[in-house]
Design a protein around this ligand. Structure first.
Ligand code: ADP
Ligand code: MG
Length: 575
């Protein structure tokens, strides 16, 4: 929780102001027993009734002031704590954006959502309400103690007797509720994750008639959530009865010991009544303590989760002295590159070199590591061994942003966002004109489809682009990348979901647009392979063939088998 201080620091003056108000409130709360004591000990014996008016008016005035201060303080607290949380949320989202693919591979998105949305909210409740109540209650206790000491050290001592009971109860209570709250937060994350994923895959669930199974699984997670909540509530329920008993016991003790002190003349009757009024005042802070402790424990576990996320470092970072990558003038190569997502190796000793301006086709069975290979080039992951070089310079010595700006990648499974066609195409180029966007769409063979729509480029495509066909989504992803005019273009099976004719058309416009630029393409179409300067055949993470189409067809049985199986030969006039 202490690690939150930097977030509070910009608002320290506001917190200070709130602190002053709290001190005043605490002071005002503790004044009435003084007035009572004064009335009994000093005013009643004189029989002067005008004083009573003053006293009554005084108590009324005090509560009015207290009300006014409380109001101001609550508005201020809310104002400042909302701003603190606003900053923390922004920071969390910013940090998430920095984290690398390997982090997201091993993390559940729902859990991240619950950290950004609900953990921050829990923290807010504590900062706005809990933290300040702790301060007020602490001050009230302190003022009470000071007042009692001023009346008589005997009463101060009596008051102190209660402290060990309180501390003991707080201690045991905190230790018990804490794990319960941690489990609640974890299950919240799991429940969010589960709901999010199942709703995203609702089509598959319906297709396989899996609703009942999913519902059972949901109920199981929900059941666990319920159980932890009930457990926490049961632990929480212990506090109220405990504080009732403690206060009752204490009131009895004060009356007994105080009565003896009055009869033996050690304290005045007025201060005993004042003391009893204080015992009454203690009611609220003590009852609240249980609630505050659980609020604190919830906030503390939330803070723990937030900091755990903020502590994650991105595996991919800009090295000191990294320079921007502007263009490829000489060559692109990999030297002995190996990589594994976890223990299982995915790429092993991959070595090749192509000249700037050449087209490299990457071919191989599914799961061979083709996608992984091109992802390494964009530094989505870092190789475990070997080097990737652009113009004989390791890619780590270029800035990550410039690599991703200049190397355009059309992913195998493009992701589209809720929004219009236009917004989605201009995703990486916010200042593109409509003419540019149309041009890119034309190159990707998407323009005629879009023009036929009543809303044209302003047509919303739905969440994840659900209103587009697979091929349309792929072409949109291509248009998005072409619009950025990349130096190096990487296509990961970009036309797998489009028909042969559109495919040919797309590849034609891509090669004319990228003429003289470097092109890496994962594809199996014969025409693409034939026009490539070099073909890399990847099997089980290893390069087993590297050469032109002609060379590979004559020397590489695997490649030949691949071409023959594709059935392309017959249709297009043989090898
Ligand atoms: P290709 O594109 O050639 O079909 P990929 O590069 O996508 O193959 O995958 C190569 C291997 O790496 C596969 O065995 C796949 O299961 C594994 N793999 C791919 N992505 C991940 C990931 N994010 N985490 C763990 N393993 C992965
Ligand atoms: Mg792939």
């Amino acid at each position: 929780m202490l690690r939150l201080l930097p977030f509070l620091k910009p608002y320290r003056w506001w917190f200070m102001l709130v602190g002053i108000l709290l001190m005043l409130i605490a002071l005002l709360t503790t004044l009435p027993p003084w007035l009572i004591q004064y009335a009994i000990d000093e005013v009643f014996p004189t029989g002067d009734t005008t004083w009573l008016l003053w006293l009554g008016g005084g108590i009324l005035l005090l509560s009015l002031m207290e009300g006014l201060f409380s109001f101001t303080q609550q508005v201020l607290s809310e104002w400042v704590s909302q701003r603190v949380i606003f900053q923390i949320r922004n920071q969390l989202f910013h940090h998430l954006n920095q984290l690398s693919f390997s982090f997201f591979d091993r993390t559940q998105v729902g859990d991240l959502i619950s950290r950004v949305v609900s953990d921050t909210d829990t923290l807010k409740r504590f900062i706005a309400f809990g933290l300040l109540k702790v301060v007020t209650n602490g001050l009230v206790l302190l003022w009470i103690f000071v007042s009692l000491m001023m009346w008589s050290p005997w009463m101060g001592f009596l008051f102190l007797l209660m402290i060990p009971f309180m501390v003991h109860a707080m201690w045991t209570y905190s230790f018990r509720v804490r794990p319960a709250f941690r489990r609640i937060r974890q299950t919240t994350g799991r429940l969010t994750s589960f709901t999010r994923e199942r709703l995203a895959g609702i089509e598959v669930i319906k297709l396989f008639g899996n609703e009942t199974h999913e519902e059972n699984q949901f109920q199981q997670e929900n059941q666990e959530y319920l159980q932890y909540q009930v457990e926490a509530a049961r632990l929480g329920a212990f506090w109220l009865p405990y504080s009732e008993v403690l206060l009752g016991f204490f009131a009895g003790l004060v009356l007994l010991a105080g009565g003896w002190l009055v009869t033996t003349g050690r304290i005045t009757a007025g201060s005993l009544v004042g003391f009893m009024a204080y015992v009454n005042l203690l009611n609220r802070p003590i009852r609240q303590t249980g609630f505050l402790l659980s609020l604190f424990q919830q906030a503390d576990t939330a803070a723990e989760r937030i900091h755990h996320l903020l502590d994650q470092e991105s595996a991919i970072q800009n090295h000191p002295g990294a320079q921007p990558f502007t263009r490829l003038t000489d060559s692109l190569s990999m030297q002995g590159v190996s990589f594994a997502y976890d223990a299982q190796p995915v790429l092993q000793h991959v070595t090749f070199k192509i000249k700037a301006g050449e087209t490299l086709a990457i071919v191989g069975p599914s799961g061979a590591g083709k996608t992984t290979l091109v992802h390494l080039l964009l530094r989505f992951y870092a190789p475990s061994a070997g080097e990737i070089l652009l113009d004989d310079r390791p890619i780590e010595r270029y800035t990550v942003e410039s690599l991703r700006e200049k190397i355009g990648l059309v992913m195998q499974h493009p992701f589209l966002f809720d929004g219009t066609l236009r917004d989605n195409i201009a995703l990486g180029t916010p200042d593109a004109t409509l003419a540019d966007i149309q041009q890119a769409a034309r190159l990707a063979s998407l323009d005629s489809f879009i023009k036929a729509l009543p809303q044209g480029y302003d047509t919303p495509i739905g969440e994840r682009g659900v209103r587009l066909s697979g091929g349309q989504a792929q072409r949109l992803a291509l248009a998005r990348v072409l619009l950025r005019q990349p130096e190096i273009l990487v296509l990961d099976e970009p036309t797998a979901s489009v028909d042969h004719l559109t495919d040919a058309h797309i590849m034609e416009s891509v090669s004319s647009l990228m003429a003289g630029k470097t092109l890496l393409v994962i594809a199996h179409r014969l025409a693409t392979l034939r026009s490539a300067h070099r073909i890399l055949f990847l099997e089980d993470g290893r390069i087993t063939g590297l050469g032109t189409h002609h060379e590979l067809v004559t020397s590489h049985a695997g490649y030949r088998g691949f071409i023959e199986a594709s059935g392309d030969i017959a249709g297009r006039g043989g090898v």
